[in-house]
Ligand binder design. Sequence first.
Ligand code: ZN
Length: 293
Amino acid sequence: MLIDVHGHIGRVLPDRSEFVDVTNLIAKMDAWGIDATCILPLSEHPEGAYLECNTEDVIAACAHYPDRLIPFCLIDPRYGNRASQDFSHLLEEYVARGCRGLGELLPKMEFDDPRCMNLYHQAGAFGLPVLFDMQDRADGYGLRDHFGLPRLERALQQCPETVFIGHGPTFWAEISGEVPRGNRSCYPSGPVAPGGAVPRLMRRYPNLWADVSAGSGHTALTRDPQFGIEFLDEFQGRLMFGTDSCRRSDVNDVYMTVSFMRDVRDNRELSEEALAKIEWRNATELLGLNVEG
Ligand SMILES: [Zn+2]
């Protein structure tokens, strides 16, 4: 059993030839041995005007493959543009229509902006974990934080009822205690220095989870192989497999995070129990999915 908690459909990349429709996604899942995928809307945020996939698109697509596709919903924290905005009418509807999480949250805002904190609180009250992308580029999208992730820590403290699923270059760069200043959205390589914010926060806050998707997650877990396995083992109860594969052409290649998990399994680097948690069991428990391993 393999569940991908980080999938996309639609025109996710500026290159319009890379349109990924649902049958293309299903083909990738079949080719890579993925049983079910969470589909994350993106286009509620104006940062990505080329992103053509909103919550309605996701719900409609997932309805065609109810056994394979799991919808997430997305709300822009700036909707209403005040920290007291009531999102409950949207959240209630999205939950009733089957959405299991909120994300991919990637507005270009400070992580603990009062409007974001308001959304975190309300998502948690509706039982929806928040899957976020954190970046540090001057242009583009993604939530923002300082070195050491103090804004994320504040959200974890003040929203204990909300599960946060970490993702993205700046989040994963902070697996190490040494982060390249001035370029925290790169994909740092080489040995992981002790004292990284991500392991520190995961030890301290049970509401911090992470998906291992994309080049950022893959790099974080492979740049220092021994550290990566120890990290997977220590946080096996709150890490989830994911791909974030956005290219139509990806179907021809086994995605990097898929082959990484296969290698870990083949090399017996983790226990069968830990692998099962990361590959599917954690996702089923967090998202309330009704699947049998
Ligand atoms: Zn994504």
